[in-house]
Design a protein around this ligand. Structure first.
Ligand code: FAD
Length: 472
């Protein structure tokens, strides 16, 4: 029993509160940490791939400080793991579960192949607070509505986070590792990586620092201020959760401690964290949410899937609607977009512009450094009206009213849209410097007229909605 254990890391680049790592350390056996640029990872969009590269480099440094290494391989997961078992003599291959449909398909194939070849394949929890199958309705099914899901989980006993190991037992027989530089994980980002790098907060220590900064201040007024677009009122932890640089349990218990100390916004924050759980609950039980209308009756809705000139203007932040443009440029320049902005640009695309939500889902997948397959799919279907527990289609955000309410002094708009700022700051100006050359945009272009009249667009969307209802 002294053969090494292969630990296959995927989206769990941390040492603390890591059930798989914890079990491996306790076994006392040598550990070989591995990351594979496999068939699922190859499909990631430009910004997630770049951000993954940053996470890997930081995680490798962390492992090295504990006397270990991170072995990198590229190829089909199943084949790489089988090769590694032969090279190292490992009999045990462990990993932390992820629950999006592509990962589940890959992991099922890997598990079957490893078991058929006589190896011990074992998976661990850690990505979520609650495994998707442990939360059930009274009738025994899965939840389709958030509020009862929250009520079902809010008082559950969640174990405290596990400590960080002080040392990892090194292998005496390290296999070769590929060089991350040869993977060029940022190549699809072109000039964008340079600008987003200023906003990314990478690694476990930085994630913890981010949590502490949030607990020291913004959590108190989180409930009242979290929708104000220019304020640092939310935690920004989605980026670190997406790559597993902090565990949801660590955040949950920090939120609970804040609640016990009387922080007024803590309960609201915990509820938001549970939206992420709900997204995975839905993706696990109804995987079609990531690719098709969750409600089939929306299949006949006349959304256009054409990636045309108007879609390009939406992506470029040149729709002529200031709040939408600020949000789209925030996305491009920082790899992040405020939650309310995500809802506003989603409503604008699927309602005023009558474009399919999949177009937006795909663009976010390419641009977000906190890209998460379950939250992104749920967010888009929620916004479009085709998902479970969705915002009703007839609730159409008016970006002008939203701007008056949540960006009253236009700080957000002027931060990102140089044409609308009397004295553009470096962020707004850098958009033209860093956007793709193929867009042929220059800072001296006049700010465009709206691509759609807000009242006409709204009425057109409502008419289409009514027509779909009449068809039933
Ligand atoms: P906070 O307000 O500090 O919330 C704390 C945590 O709760 C977040 O980090 C996140 O993990 C979770 N959370 C908060 N709101 C939501 C929500 N609505 N759905 C699911 N989890 C939530 N989130 C992603 O992490 N990745 C995505 O790819 C993603 N795509 C989205 C697409 C659309 C169209 C919409 C409407 C929302 C999407 N969200 C996504 C959810 C949400 O916008 C982000 O989680 C949030 O903006 C992250 O900022 P924060 O960490 O400061 O959140």
């Amino acid at each position: 029993m002294n053969s090494p254990i292969l630990l296959w890391f995927r989206k769990d680049f941390r040492l603390a509160d890591h059930p798989m790592l914890d079990a491996a350390v306790r076994s006392g056996r040598p550990i070989i940490p591995v990351f594979i640029l496999d068939e699922v990872v190859e499909t990631y969009g430009a910004a997630p791939k770049w951000r993954l590269g940053e996470a890997l480099q930081e995680f490798r440094r962390q492992l090295e400080r504990l006397g270990s290494r991170l072995i990198l391989r590229r190829g089909k997961a199943k084949e790489c793991l089988l090769t590694l078992t032969q090279e190292t003599g490992a009999q045990d291959i462990w990993w932390g579960r992820t629950y999006d449909p592509n990962s589940i398909t890959r992991d099922t194939e890997v598990k079957t192949a490893l078991k058929a070849a006589g190896y011990n394949a074992r998976s661990f929890r850690g990505h979520l607070l609650f495994e998707p199958w442990v939360v059930e309705t009274k009738q025994g099914g899965f939840f389709k509505v958030y509020s009862p899901f929250w009520r079902a989980v809010k008082d559950r006993n969640i174990p405290f986070p596990r400590p960080t190991p002080e040392k990892l037992a090194a292998s005496t027989n390290w296999p070769q590792s590929e060089d991350i530089a040869n993977w060029a994980l940022g190549s699809a980002m072109n000039r964008g990586a340079q600008v987003i790098a200023q906003h990314a907060v990478v690694g476990e220590a930085a994630a913890l620092q981010r949590l502490n900064t949030f607990l020291d201040g913004p959590i108190k007024a989180y409930k009242e201020r979290r929708d104000f677009l220019a304020e640092p009122a939310t935690s920004r932890l989605s980026e670190n959760l997406a790559w597993g640089e902090i565990s949801p349990r660590t955040i949950w218990h920090a939120g609970m401690r804040a609640r016990h100390k009387g922080a007024p916004g803590a309960e609201c924050f915990l509820k938001e964290l549970v939206w992420r759980e709900f997204a995975y609950h839905l993706a696990y039980h109804s995987p079609q949410i990531t690719t098709r209308n969750w409600r089939e009756e929306w299949d006949s809705f006349p959304w256009s899937e054409e990636d045309d000139e108007d879609v390009l203007r939406w992506k470029q932040g040149r729709t002529g609607i200031p709040l939408v443009d600020a949000a789209m440029r925030e996305l491009y320049l920082t790899g992040y977009m405020h939650n309310r902005s995500r809802m506003i640009v989603g409503s604008f695309l699927t309602k005023h512009m009558m474009k399919h939500w999949r177009i937006g889902q795909k663009w976010f997948e390419d641009c977000l450094i906190d890209w998460d397959p379950a939250s992104n799919a749920m967010g888009w279907q929620w916004m479009a009206g085709s998902g479970p527990d969705a915002a009703p289609y007839f609730r159409i955000f008016n970006p002008e009213t939203q701007a008056k309410k949540f960006d009253p002094d236009r700080a957000y708009i002027t931060r990102f849209v140089s044409e609308l700022s009397p004295d553009p700051g470096s962020e707004a100006s850098s958009f033209y410097e860093f956007c793709p050359r193929s867009w042929h945009l220059t800072p001296n272009l006049p700010y465009p007229d709206p691509i759609v009249d807000l009242s006409e667009g709204r009425l057109r969307a409502l008419a289409a909605y009514q027509a779909r209802r009449d068809q039933k």
